[in-house]
Design a protein around this ligand. Structure first.
Ligand code: ZN
Length: 356
C-alpha cells in the first residue's frame, strides 16, 4: 500500500495528525505505522535513521554544541468506536488524537521539514507505551541502544494541552503487615486480633500530612494512601494477620530508597515489605535548551504528578519534560479529540525554539 505520509501531508501538522490517526496502531500492532514513518525519515538527506523493533530513531549530526531529543509513542489504546478520525469544526476526533498522534505529528513534521535546526536533534518514534512496561520501546532502547538517548535535554510530546509539565513524581507500593494470634471467637480472649491492630495503621494514614514540594517553580504534591486491605481466616476465627497495601507518590527530591525509608518511619513497629517502585524525575529546567524552550513557550511550567517516560531520561541524567497539544483528560476516552488550534500553536512554538 502506498505510504499515506506524502510530502503534502508532512508540511501540515494538522493533516499529518489526521493521517497518523488513520493508520491503526494499537499497542503490539505498530509495524505499519513504523514502516511508514521510517520510510519518510529515510528520504530526508539531513537525517540518519535506525530502527529497533517498531521503534524508529532519526538524528541530525550537524556538530551543534547541544543535542535535544523529541520523542513520542506510536501506539494507542484499543479502538473504541473512534476510528478512523472525523473532524467537527476545530476538533479532530479519533483514537490517539490526543494521546499522542498530534504530538508525534509535531515531531515528524519538524524532522522532515527542519534541515538546519539550532541544536542537533534526535527523534524517537517508539512502540508499546500503553501496555506493560516490558514492551516499552523507550525502555528497550535504554537497555540495548542507550547511545540513541544521549542528549542535553528531551521533550516528550505527550498530551499536556500546551502546558509544560516538568519532571514527574516517583511511586512505590508496600505491604504493611499486622500480626496477632489465632483463637476461636468463642474464646477470643485467648487470641490477638490482627485486623483490630490494623486500626492503628489506618489512623497513621488518615493523620498523615503529605508534603508539598516546589522545585524549579514546579509544585509537587505527595500522597500516601491505603489502596487495598485484606485479612481474616473464617467467620469464627480471631485473625492472626492483616495486610494493608499502601501507595506512596513522592516528589522527585526523594530517591526511591529515601521514599522507602520514609514509609518505614511512618509505620515504625510494623513489618513493611516493598512490592514495587519507580523513581521520580527532577524537572531539570536549568539546562540551557530547557530555559530557551520555556522562553519560546512563554508560560510557567507545571509539575507532572503522574509517572511518565520522562523518568527514563532522568535515570540517564538527561533533563526531560512533557509538552504536547493533546488534552490529557481526553486520553483513552471514547470521545478523544484534539483542538486544531493547539496543534498549530505547538508547531509554531517548536519552530520558534528550534529554527536557527
Ligand atoms: Zn501517551
Amino acid at each position: 500500500m502506498a505510504n499515506p505520509l506524502t510530502p503534502d501531508v508532512l508540511v501540515d501538522p494538522v493533516e499529518l495528525t489526521r493521517t497518523l490517526v488513520d493508520i491503526e496502531s494499537v499497542s503490539r500492532h505498530e509495524q505499519a505505522i513504523a514502516d511508514n514513518v521510517e520510510e519518510v525519515l529515510r528520504q530526508a538527506s539531513h537525517l540518519s535513521v535506525d530502527r529497533l523493533g517498531n521503534t524508529v530513531m532519526a538524528r541530525t549530526d550537524l556538530g551543534r554544541d547541544q543535542r535535544v531529543v523529541l520523542a513520542g509513542h506510536l501506539d494507542t489504546v484499543p479502538i473504541n468506536d473512534n476510528f478512523p478520525s472525523t473532524v467537527v469544526d476545530d476538533l479532530i476526533y479519533g483514537c490517539g488524537t490526543s494521546d499522542m498522534k498530534s504530538g508525534v505529528a509535531l515531531a515528524l513534521h519538524l524532522a522532515a521539514g527542519l534541515p538546519d535546526p539550532r541544536y542537533d536533534l534526535t527523534f524517537l518514534f517508539y512502540e508499546a507505551e500503553e501496555i506493560d512496561s516490558k514492551y516499552n520501546g523507550l525502555r528497550l532502547v535504554a537497555e540495548s541502544r542507550p547511545e540513541w538517548l544521549l542528549a542535553d535535554f528531551a521533550v516528550l510530546l505527550e498530551p499536556t494541552y500546551g502546558v509544560v509539565e516538568a519532571g514527574c513524581q516517583g511511586t512505590l507500593r508496600a505491604l504493611v503487615r499486622t500480626t496477632g494470634r489465632r483463637a476461636h471467637t468463642a474464646r477470643a480472649w485467648r487470641g490477638v486480633n490482627a485486623i483490630h491492630a490494623a486500626g492503628d495503621v489506618l489512623r497513621r494514614l488518615s493523620d498523615y500530612r503529605a508534603r508539598t514540594v516546589t522545585i524549579d517553580g514546579c509544585t509537587y504534591r505527595e500522597g500516601l494512601n491505603a489502596v487495598k486491605i485484606h485479612g481474616g481466616v473464617a467467620g469464627n476465627v480471631v485473625p492472626d494477620e492483616c495486610v494493608v497495601e499502601v501507595n506512596m507518590r513522592f516528589a522527585p527530591d526523594r530517591t526511591e530508597k529515601q521514599a522507602l525509608e520514609h514509609v518505614h518511619e511512618v509505620f515504625e513497629g510494623y513489618e513493611v515489605e516493598l512490592t514495587d517502585s519507580a523513581p521520580g524525575a527532577l524537572p531539570g529546567l536549568s539546562a540551557a535548551p530547557a530555559r530557551e524552550f520555556l522562553a519560546a513557550v512563554g508560560a510557567e511550567p507545571a509539575a507532572k504528578l503522574g509517572w511518565t517516560d520522562v523518568a527514563r531520561f532522568a535515570a540517564l541524567g538527561i533533563p526531560a519534560l512533557n509538552y504536547g497539544p493533546g488534552d490529557p483528560l481526553l486520553a483513552h476516552a471514547p470521545d478523544e479529540h484534539v483542538e486544531i488550534g493547539k496543534i498549530r500553536d505547538g508547531a509554531a512554538t517548536l519552530y520558534r525554539w528550534l529554527a536557527s
